[in-house]
Design a protein around this ligand. Structure first.
Ligand SMILES: Cc1ncc(COP(=O)(O)O)c(C=O)c1O
Length: 400
């Protein structure tokens, strides 16, 4: 099997990840923050270690700025609803900006706050998949209270000029929420360099952790601008009927997924050791070989298959330029062949596992279903070349 559906969830995970989960489940007799006995202390240590690892990865000011959630969707809901709803409850006018590249995990919470009274602007991307910073700036209004930005599209893989957009927003005192679900673990992501107030991530994609893990970074000082979505037991200030204000408990009510975080800790530490240290070179090599194999078969830099080439009729949405402006997510469309049939045939005849459809981001490829190929650090260069050949071949066969 050649697994190139890492944008859905990464596979395989490093062996340390499942070992850490198994060890936690079989050896840790206690719950983090619940009790002072040895097992509870050990569970708390696992959570702290994972928080430290994520903070190191994204260069957060302090580990307590990382809140653990169920997944990126949970983090995005907390950020969007947590910022907007308290303002609406106070009777303020609230305008929110997002982009056409956004995932439904952004678009649906935004639609929800619109139903509560917020006004919303959806900024379009250019044909090359880039949201031009000036289009975000033009959309800013006096009542804009949040800009949600997709760091890299889970359809086209194009990385946005997030630091530039965040700087423009900061100059207008508008906070930015970055959806870094497709960039963490695939490229350098530093909240200091990006200058965003909030950053949401999945634990089970580029960070190689188990499903059921994710998180939200909240810039120190900005936590007072986010209302909690979930209230309840934190293991602290139990005498008070009010939610504690300390980070991270303020947003982490209920027993944490300690076994999942044990695995996430192992995944993030693997990424720090194997990927960050050499600038993600392993994954870049496979991506570059994939692109050069496609180019050899007739795909040009704009992503269009040349007439008369094996790739005639095939296109990659947003182009294939391997510059720093993309991660390894590629969306294929064909003039005549069906992408769902192509995905089924790729799996059954070539063992290449991809995903076909809208990928929960219905506007990102103009409403068109695509065949998505997405890389992770475990995809080798040979597999990348085989996958490219199989994709071109399958579309050629289906197009007749
Ligand atoms: C850009 C983007 N945002 C959010 C999500 C939601 O992630 P999760 O499944 O971890 O909630 C995804 C998942 O595919 C995504 O690609």
């Amino acid at each position: 099997m050649i697994y190139v559906d890492n944008a859905s969830t990464s596979f395989p995970k490093p062996p340390e990840v499942s070992e850490a989960v198994a060890r936690c489940l079989s050896e840790v007799a206690g719950s983090a923050g619940r009790g002072a006995h040895a097992g509870a202390r050990r569970a708390a240590k696992i959570v702290d270690s994972c928080r430290d690892a994520v903070a190191e990865l994204i260069e957060a000011e302090r580990p307590e700025s990382i809140i653990f959630t169920l997944n990126a969707t949970d983090a995005l809901n907390l950020a969007i609803r947590g910022v907007v709803e308290p303002l609406l409850r106070r009777g303020e006018r609230v305008h929110v900006i997002a982009s056409a590249l956004d995932h439904n995990s952004v678009l649906r919470p935004i639609e929800f706050v619109r139903s509560l009274g917020a006004s919303v602007t959806i900024v379009e991307a250019e044909r090359n998949g880039v949201v031009v910073p000036s289009s975000v700036c033009h959309a800013l209004r006096d009542d804009t209270r949040l800009v949600v930005l997709n760091h890299a599209s889970n359809v086209t893989g194009i990385v946005q000029r997030a630091a530039e957009i965040a700087a423009a927003c900061r100059a207008r005192h508008v906070p930015v929420l970055l959806d870094a679900t497709q960039t963490l673990g695939h490229m350098t992501v530093s909240v200091r360099e990006l200058g965003v107030e909030l950053l949401a991530f999945s634990g089970h994609k580029g960070l190689l952790g188990p499903t059921g893990t994710g998180g939200l970074y909240v810039r120190p000082g900005f936590e007072d601008c986010v209302g909690p979505l979930r209230l309840g037991g934190t293991g602290t200030e139990s005498e008070s009927p009010r939610q504690p204000s300390a980070m991270p408990e303020r947003f982490e009510s209920g027993t944490l997924n300690v076994a999942g975080l044990a695995g996430l800790d192992a995944g993030v530490r693997w990424v720090l050791r194997e990927c960050v240290k050499d600038g993600f070179a392993r994954e870049r090599r496979a991506i570059n070989r994939f692109v050069s194999a496609l180019e050899k078969m007739g795909i040009d830099e704009a992503g269009r298959g040349a007439t008369g080439s094996p790739a005639e009729g095939l296109s990659v949405v947003g182009g294939v330029s391997p510059s720093a402006g993309r991660v390894g997510v590629f969306a294929f469309v064909h003039d005549t062949a069906d992408v769902h049939q192509a995905a089924a045939m790729l799996e059954s005849e070539h063992g290449v596992v991809t995903r076909a459809g809208l990928h929960c981001a219905p506007l990102a490829a103009g409403g068109r279903a695509t065949l998505r190929v997405s890389f992770g650090p475990m995809v080798g260069v040979d597999d990348a070349v085989l996958a490219a050949g199989a994709i071109v071949e399958v579309f050629r066969v289906l197009a007749g």
